[in-house]
Design a protein around this ligand. Structure first.
Ligand code: MG
Ligand code: ZN
Length: 223
């Protein structure tokens, strides 16, 4: 591998900084636009198969599906979009192809093409990935991480950055915890070390959690 000299390293760092600043200014514009329309934007992150789409399905039992819009980020396919449309949720697909996370520009283009009449919530289902969607502005007002028991209890320790900025952390597939030796005390204690303020909620697909998601989002929106 070719080593970069000091000057080249500096150039790259500056370029990265510029790219990030540009991304963040587009993201800020998107959140401002959505706020103006009265739409609260929630970025949902988590591994492939953690239950991000299932989470949106569960929440849509508490919030009128007509008030929800979704942006689906996936490499290929519109499988999840079709799942949500079955529930009457307007859903917009972004296929990133090789891209492993959504950026502000992709989201802005989608938002500009969408109709938000009567919508109160925009859920963005990010590309399934615990690494690079973390710590990225895409226009969201709030971050949610979905983390399933079947992925193991070491996830907060291994991927702290994605857990750090989340206001809500959802432990999904909680009914399977006993089957996969999910070590809940160690998971929770790691999580508290990384992010003491996050709300932690346990859910299972077929067991209502009893948590008032609509109320939780509403409270943060009104802050
Ligand atoms: Mg999904
Ligand atoms: Zn990525």
């Amino acid at each position: 591998m070719k080593m970069l000299n000091e000057q080249e390293t500096q150039k790259r760092l500056e370029l990265n900084k510029k790219v990030r600043e540009l991304n963040d200014s587009v993201a800020n514009e998107t959140s401002r636009l959505l706020s103006e329309k009265g739409v609260f934007c929630i970025n949902i992150m988590g591994s492939p198969g953690a239950g991000k789409t299932t989470f949106i399905e569960l929440v849509s039992r508490q919030i009128n599906p007509k008030q929800i819009a979704v942006i689906q980020g996936d490499l290929e396919s519109d499988v999840d979009k079709k799942r949500l449309e079955k529930l009457g949720i307007d859903s917009h697909q972004i296929n990133t192809h090789t891209g492993c996370h959504l950026n502000a520009e992709m989201v802005k283009l989608a938002v500009d093409s969408m109709e938000f009449g009567g919508k109160k919530f925009l859920f963005i289902e990010n590309v399934g990935n615990l690494v690079c969607p973390a710590n990225k502005k895409i226009g969201q007002h709030l971050n949610v991480v979905i983390s399933s028991t079947t992925e193991g209890s070491d996830k907060p320790k291994k991927y702290p950055i994605i857990f750090r900025d989340a206001e809500l952390i959802v432990i999904s597939k909680y009914d399977l915890a006993g089957h996969v030796d999910f070590d809940e005390p160690s998971y929770i204690s790691d999580l508290k070390n990384i992010n003491a303020k996050a709300e932690i909620v346990k859910i299972s697909k077929n067991m209502p959690s009893g948590f008032d998601f609509a109320g939780f989002f509403g409270e943060i929106r009104n802050k």
